[in-house]
Design a protein around this ligand. Structure first.
Ligand code: ATP
Ligand code: MG
Length: 233
């Protein structure tokens, strides 16, 4: 069997990046032998509200968050792209860059994002471009019950599940692995709401990122209150 190098691609709005993202990434990197692991902040999202921080600010926060970890890399390609951000486009670009036939791309997504994957542009194409690594998240534990997935997703994924991350090195794309990483109930929405409420966000994200938020007075608007279900201040 082929033994392919694995390249991890962790996409997100990262508005801001937080310890939920970073701890999951750390556990993946220590359990799966990635040759490289990229954080890819999205440009203008197609399926959600405009992020609050600018593209440059979100990328800078990721840069600050990963700078002391040699295993984490920032890839700013999506924020440099004009128009809306399409994951499949990014994967096509990666595919072209790693065209030597010795690499398998692995897209990391949280279970909440995976449950909506059938809304992504050209999502079926993804199975020919990369593997998926799904991480559970408090509130989105559906990955335990694959039969509860939307019908379309269930059908497209039926033969793709693997329980062994090592099998990701055997073929270039098309498998789905559900990683069991530590469940951290941290979201960027909650962090934005805490900032807007003038509350502490310490220990939810790296100090360098919260210092940046303070310096640039990000997330101080009041509109975020209603979005964060856990805010009862
Ligand atoms: P928001 O509240 O603004 O949606 P978020 O905290 O969900 O922010 P995103 O940038 O939307 O962060 O997430 C990027 C990716 O990371 C998604 O695939 C998401 O599912 C995953 N993710 C985010 N937070 C966690 C967490 N605490 N645990 C596991 N995965 C997470
Ligand atoms: Mg999210």
């Amino acid at each position: 069997m082929a033994h392919l190098a694995l390249v991890g691609i962790y996409g997100g709005t990262f508005d801001p990046v937080h310890f939920g993202h970073l701890r999951v990434a750390e556990e993946l990197v220590s359990n799966i032998a990635f040759s490289r692991f990229f954080f890819v902040p999205s440009g203008q999202p197609r399926l959600r509200d405009m992020p609050v921080a600018s593209k440059t600010q979100r990328a800078r926060m990721v840069e600050l968050a990963v700078q002391d970890n040699p295993g984490f890399l920032l890839d700013a390609r999506e924020i440099k792209r004009e128009g809306t951000s399409m994951t499949v486009e990014t994967l096509r670009e990666y595919q072209a860059e790693y065209s030597g036939g010795d690499t398998a791309l692995c897209l990391i997504i949280g279970a909440d994002a995976f449950l909506k994957i059938h809304q992504w542009w050209n999502w079926h194409e993804m199975f020919g471009l990369c593997h998926l690594i799904i991480v559970n998240r408090p509130g989105s534990m559906l990955m335990k019950h694959k039969n509860d997935l939307p019908e379309q997703i269930q059908q497209a994924c039926a033969e793709r599940w693997t329980a062994y991350p090592t099998s990701l090195t055997n073929q270039p794309s098309g498998l789905i692995y559900v990683a069991s990483t530590t469940l951290l109930d941290i979201s960027a929405t909650y962090i934005r709401a805490m900032v807007a409420a003038g509350k502490s966000i310490r220990y939810l994200l790296p100090d360098a990122v919260s210092d940046y938020i303070k310096t640039h007075q990000l997330y101080t608007g009041e509109y975020e209150f209603k979005k964060a279900g856990r805010y009862h201040g």
